[in-house]
Write a protein that binds this ligand. Structure first.
Ligand code: RRO
Length: 305
């Protein structure tokens, strides 16, 4: 079974990528597996300036999934371009760079600088981080704001670099937001970011996260993610979709592909099983083989037929 995929011109040996936020810029992952062997490494969303993030604790496990309120902690674009991205590119990995801004102008500046950096395989425009002080900053909650950010960003990125908009499931109709991003020039969408939640501490009887709210990830959100992929595939059959949310196994990945995903990302499971991106691809190959399929093209969107 051949797992190779062409994602908007980007040739990947497997459809399995890392999800943004789980592996910084990939260096830590390289001790667990060869980062050049997976589809792509998606880097932690980078902002213009260094940021310390939200109050601790900011990652908790609940019986229903993981909650994080990292709050866009990171080194800022200068250090990222000087140190982190060059490592990933020189290593030979396909580097998918996630960018996040507080204003459309910030996204434009980040897009321009990342678009000029050598070796960038793709850009994910994260307009859906739930851990910001002002919900108005979650551009993906509103189709017009999504359109604005993507339409301003797209002209500053070379045409041969695919641009994906990362969307939130916290909307009434995600297909409207996906359509706005596509109309604005996004080559595809990545769905889903984490789902906003709160968990209480049984001792303090107060929220467990220092920042109160956090993004829910892991298996609990997988059906939400599959639903988002399904709906977007229905509404916009030609728009490339990256499916992400709670994937732990090869069958979980197959489920996303059946719903219409061209590629998938694994996130939370990496914290328990750092080489999961390789294992999930191996298991996906087996899932296809036992069912008599020879390629992903035969199963992408099959559940709609
Ligand atoms: O940094 C974060 O807190 C974070 C981001 Br940018 C995001 O997009 N999704 C998430 O769950 N956490």
């Amino acid at each position: 079974v051949d797992l190779a995929v062409d994602l908007c011109g980007l040739r990947m040996p497997t459809p399995v990528m890392t999800a943004s936020g789980c592996a910084a810029a990939g260096r830590e992952l390289d001790q667990f597996f060869d980062v050049t062997s997976i589809g792509a490494v998606v880097t932690k969303s980078i902002m213009r300036s260094p940021r310390s993030g939200r109050p601790t604790p900011r990652m908790v496990e609940t019986p229903s999934g993981m909650l994080n309120s990292i709050g866009l902690q990171g080194p800022g674009i200068d250090a990222f371009l000087a140190r982190d991205l060059p490592w990933l590119v020189q290593r030979g990995a396909r580097a998918f760079v996630s960018i996040a801004g507080e204003t459309a102008d910030e996204y434009v500046e980040l897009a321009r600088r990342v678009g000029q950096a050598p070796g960038v395989a793709g850009i994910e425009v994260n307009i859906s981080c739930p851990n910001v002080e002002n919900r108005g900053m979650v551009f993906a909650c509103d189709p017009d704001s999504s359109y604005r950010v993507l339409s301003e960003v797209r002209p500053h990125i070379p045409d041969d670099i695919p641009v994906f908009a990362k969307l939130t499931p916290d909307v009434t109709d995600i297909t409207i937001v996906a359509g706005a991003a596509a109309d604005a020039g996004a080559d595809g969408v990545t769905v889903i970011n984490t789902l906003l939640g709160i968990a209480m501490d049984p001792d303090t009887l107060r929220p467990r996260l220092g920042g109160v709210t956090g993004g829910l990830s892991g298996p609990a959100v997988r059906p939400v993610a599959v639903r988002a992929v399904w709906q977007i595939r229905r509404a916009l059959p030609d728009l490339p979709i990256i499916g992400v949310g709670g994937i732990r196994t090869g069958f979980d990945a197959l489920e996303m592909v059946l719903a219409g995903a061209a590629a998938v990302q694994v996130g939370t499971v990496i914290f328990h099983d750092p080489s999961a991106p390789v294992r999930v691809a191996d298991e996906l190959r087996d899932e296809l083989a036992v069912r008599g399929f020879a390629s992903l093209d035969e199963v992408r969107g099959l559940a709609h037929v």
